[in-house]
Write a protein that binds this ligand. Structure first.
Ligand code: S3P
Length: 447
């Protein structure tokens, strides 16, 4: 199948302001939480990507009314344990691990069978991480050897749990928090620190009093369930994980500048900024504001010639979990060796991103040392690609696709990149925005 695009020239210098689409994590959480609120909720700048659309379509199948008026989405929530649907309804989570895993928790009080399926990438991913805690609540879950498809039957007699979450997975933590909403009594999660959007929405939108204490890299979160809450409106800020590709593009491009406004700047998501700044990338953060507990900010970037390698502190790993691929690309152009440890979670994403990164970097002539849990990148500030590079068989991982486009536009070579639709998971507008900055991309080879 001719489903590839080609990039054969570097992006010319640019100096622009760009609008980055809404944050995926926040969009999915808004859909799930607004669906279970009492009354109407509205969202502006909701991300219209396949992952979020999977969430909307699934909620509709559970009897939730979701409308779009102009650029505003409206949800008429059904309240806690209020889903109404046919027995064995099939919910297709598509490519979205976040939606699938959070959905499992949201179904805690739903006593009719639901089947959850996903695409071929999601069907390879581990669900035991959410099944284990959810079973403790009294939820009945049947899996296919800890993978999708799974069948879930919630319970009227849920019991609160104490659970220690050691992976630093916001998906696991959030799945438990969603289940706790339907459960009488106090659920306690002791969770290795990870993105805290769910907690912030609980507190600032649902007005559910959470008790949170930090100790030694963990957060102890206590929540009392069975508290119905009212609909809430949300203006979704831009997604830093999408902005990341444009940050790297600008750093690696020649004599360019870019500003992206109103980006979610949550402390638990900005590892990429901390890492790139340590590498001497020219990034400025301005106009920091608070929006419903979330920080938002403007990010300005300038091309950066004197990048240096980084020995990345492990404490930045969960804060950069979705950005490593593009960070690795910047390391390829930095002086010296970059070292990353404790990153085997990358093997659990839409593809094995550690393997993908190693394969890609080798193919463009960068020396690397890949271990199960670590990566060393021997940077080359003079790196120029002068050959044909073909990117295919990457399990349609959207972030592998976007990283490859940035490499092609900043390092040279003749790139043929397959599966362009992969980008629709998180950033359908990606190629258009690249073109707006002046990139020459030939996607006439797609059908
Ligand atoms: C997400 C959490 C992260 C991240 C994913 C989005 C979320 O996954 O990789 O893209 O919205 O909670 P883990 O929590 O499994 O690390």
């Amino acid at each position: 199948m001719k489903n590839y695009l080609s990039i054969n020239s570097l992006i010319p210098s640019f100096n622009k302001i760009l609008n980055v689409p809404g944050d995926k994590s926040l969009s999915i959480r808004w859909v799930l939480l607004a669906s279970q609120a009492i009354g109407k909720s509205k969202a502006y700048n909701l991300l219209e990507s396949d992952d979020v659309i999977s969430a909307i379509v699934s909620m509709r199948k559970l009897g939730v009314e979701i409308l779009k008026r102009k650029s505003c989405y409206e949800i008429n929530g059904v309240g806690l344990s209020g889903f109404r649907h046919n027995n064995n309804v099939n919910l297709d989570a598509g490519n979205s691990g976040t939606f699938a895993r959070l959905l499992c928790g949201a179904l805690a009080g739903n006593i009719t069978n639901v089947k959850v399926t996903g695409d071929s990438s999601l069907s390879k991913r581990d669900f035991s991480r959410v099944v284990k805690p959810l079973e403790l609540f009294g939820i009945n879950i049947k899996t296919n050897k800890n993978k999708l498809p799974i069948t879930i039957k919630g319970s009227k007699y849920l019991r609160p749990i104490f659970y220690k979450e050691d992976k630093g997975s916001a998906q696991v933590k959030s799945s438990i928090l969603l289940a706790s909403l339907n459960t009488p009594g106090q659920t306690i999660v002791k969770s290795k620190i990870s993105r805290n959007h769910t907690e912030l929405m609980f507190k600032n939108c649902l007005k559910i009093p959470l008790k949170i204490k930090r100790s030694n890299g963990y957060e102890i979160i206590k929540v009392n369930g069975k508290t119905n809450y009212r609909g809430f409106n949300y203006n979704i800020p831009g997604d830093i994980s999408s902005a990341a590709f444009f940050i790297a593009l600008t750093i690696l491009a020649n004599k360019s500048r870019l500003k992206m406004k109103n980006i979610n700047y949550n402390k638990s998501r900005i590892g990429i900024i901390e890492i790139l700044k340590k590498m001497r990338a020219k990034i400025k953060i301005s106009n920091i504001k608070n929006y419903k507990g979330e920080k938002v900010a403007d990010i300005s970037v300038t091309s950066s010639k004197n990048l240096i390698g980084i020995n990345c502190p492990k404490s930045l790993n969960t804060k950069s979990i979705d950005e490593f691929l593009i960070i690795f690309l910047v390391c390829a152009k930095a002086k010296g060796i970059s070292k990353f440890n404790g990153i085997s979670e990358l093997r659990q994403k839409e593809s094995d991103r550690l393997k993908m990164a190693a394969k890609f970097l080798k193919s463009i002539g960068i020396k690397i040392d890949e271990k199960f849990d670590s990566l060393k990148i021997y940077g080359n500030p003079n790196l120029k690609i002068k050959k044909k590079v073909i990117i295919k068989n990457f399990l349609k991982d959207h972030r592998v696709f976007m990283m490859s486009c940035v490499a092609a536009l900043t390092l040279g070579g003749n790139f043929k990149i397959y599966d362009k639709n992969s980008v629709d998971s998180s950033f359908p507008n990606f190629l258009n925005l690249l073109k707006k900055l002046g990139a020459k991309i030939d996607n006439t080879h797609t059908n």
